[in-house]
Design a protein. Structure first.
Length: 110
């Protein structure tokens, strides 16, 4: 019994020392989310311009994500990067080299 009491006392002292040493970090990160289960990650390497149908697909994905909530009622989150414009690779030989012709995503289906 004395051995168990000694082990628990040492463990408690170490926890208190750790808390005193890293108090600010522990308080700042105590409410941070963690993953009990593995999160679902969707990644794409298609960095080109897309058609307007991509907006519909994005809306469908966002609607689907809204249907899933965690234990506290928070919905799933999408962090997305988008391509807003791209350099036009079909440069006319008569254009000046200093100009950079661009194609807008609004004209991507033309």
């Amino acid at each position: 019994m004395l051995v168990l009491l000694t082990i628990c006392s040492i463990w408690l002292i170490l926890i208190l020392l750790l808390y005193r040493w890293k108090k600010e970090l522990l308080q700042a990160t105590w409410q941070e989310p963690y993953f009990k289960d593995s999160p679902i990650l969707i990644e794409s390497d298609d960095w080109g311009l897309g058609g307007s149908f991509h907006a519909k697909r994005l809306e469908t994905l966002l609607d689907h994500l809204k249907q899933h909530k965690d234990s506290t009622g928070r919905t799933a989150i999408l962090t997305a990067d988008t391509v807003l414009g791209a350099k036009n690779s079909c440069v006319n030989s008569t254009e000046k080299a200093t100009e950079t012709p661009k194609r807008s995503t609004r004209n991507s289906e033309k």
